[in-house]
Design a protein around this ligand. Sequence first.
Ligand SMILES: NC(=O)C1=CN([C@@H]2O[C@H](COP(=O)(O)OP(=O)(O)OC[C@H]3O[C@@H](n4cnc5c(N)ncnc54)[C@H](O)[C@@H]3O)[C@@H](O)[C@H]2O)[C@@H](O)CC1
Ligand SMILES: [K+]
Length: 492
Amino acid sequence: MQGQYTHNLPQIAYCAQEVKLHEEQAALNSGTTLSELMQRAGHALFELVRNKAVKNILIFTGKGNNAGDGFMLAKRCLHAQINVTVCALFEPSLLKGDAGEAYQLFCRSGGRVVALRSCIDRDFDAIVDAVFGTGFRGELPDSVKEAFGQFKSSKAWKLAVDIPSGVNGSTAEVAPDSFDADTTLTFIALKQGMLTGSAASLCGELLLADLGIAQAFEDLSHTNCCYPGGKYLHSLKPKRSPDSYKNQCGHVLLVGGGKGMAGAIRLAAEACLRTGAGLVSVATHPDNQATVLNGRYELMVHGISLPKELDTLLDKADVVVIGPGLGQDAWAKKMYAAVKNFKGLVVCDADGLNLLAQSHLPWHRAILTPHFGEARRLLGNTTLNMSKRFEMAEQLSKEYAACIVLKGPGSLIVDGKRININRSGCSAMASAGMGDVLSGIIAGLLAQGLSRYEAATLGVYIHGLAAEQAARDGHLGMLASDLFDHIRGIMG
Ligand SMILES: NC(=O)C1=CN([C@@H]2O[C@H](COP(=O)(O)OP(=O)(O)OC[C@H]3O[C@@H](n4cnc5c(N)ncnc54)[C@H](O)[C@@H]3O)[C@@H](O)[C@H]2O)[C@@H](O)CC1
Ligand SMILES: [K+]
């Protein structure tokens, strides 16, 4: 609806350029104009500000239409007798088109802009970033960095208009000293670059105002990017019939745990059990057999010295995990080579990925779960930076013919051209062993009949949700094994 905003986000996202490209035509097709859209944007922002009971607001403005939205908000605040201060970081009389009009309207309502120095040391309960929106590229100018820096430690509620200044809405690239919002009210559609990596945390709580043109925009636009919601993800969970039998619920074989590295493969195997996989076997270095089995007697743990011992286990498995704690020594290489011939579905993680990077061969039927460093090694390009997340994930999926889970906050899942951003991939990922747990979950779901894409998507979601739940009582010191009970709770 016009002028309103929602917490209920759509399940698709677009490049920022796609939004810019089609917004005018979508407005025309909906019987409206860009200028009316700016008024609606101002209205939605005002509603949000009013709902937060803001009394004393500072609005930073820039040099394009994002500033226009800011002036529309400022004008409404003036009319509502909210104490509003507008700090123009670029000369507002140079604003053109709708933004210029919005500035004039603000002035005609009695509003005046002020310089940064007159805002410093004043108290505000809200700070609004209307500096850059979808038109931003590159680095923030020093004047903008200085303004944001002055209020960095302010306790005020921070609201970003459309997108935090400094974030690239298409690539998720984040410029140094970007605006760090508590809330972002975005317009028309979700932009993919806001939903992943550090960009997602800079947005804070994300709200959408479609400005009344959502349908017309969707009809004109193309995207391969989805943002699946919890309800859909829960619907993917395997259904268990009361008369089912363990042999009907999939058999996973986990291969890893080189000499002296029992922990990772145990974590992965236990996570796999928690997803409901019927049978879970582990092939590990003979030295680790007792340690991996200790206290988790549901696992079938085999000490393996020679690849031919692995062959008989591979024959019985529906899904294989290779990599947790594998190492890269001669034993690891033999295990890896044996698994490479396996004809079923494989989840390849950790040192499995490092060995794959050495051969650089496609792996059909695999899910690769690299973190950023492993992704760079797999692509043989150590100069790629985090800003290339979308590009990297797509390229990996193409080169290895595999489904890719690029880990990190807001994990990207790519299968062919389908890109999916998972909203729950969380910062708890930073704890040791978290990646091992994820590979076990994904394998357990695959074994129960989910497709690669579904298992990857649901797996990342369960993992993220379990980590959020486990971290609730204090993030520091959380263990990967703390996730197990939560996984069981989520699986239901
Ligand atoms: N009427 C409209 O077109 C509507 C626009 N909307 C708003 O307009 C925004 C997009 O407006 P614009 O396309 O004008 O873009 P912006 O308002 O993001 O600003 C673009 C301007 O900033 C400059 N710029 C970009 N990167 C820079 C950098 N690193 N350093 C210095 N200058 C830089 C560009 O050269 C351009 O002059 C949206 O984000 C949204 O907030 C909404 O109000 C909906 C309707
Ligand atoms: K902004």
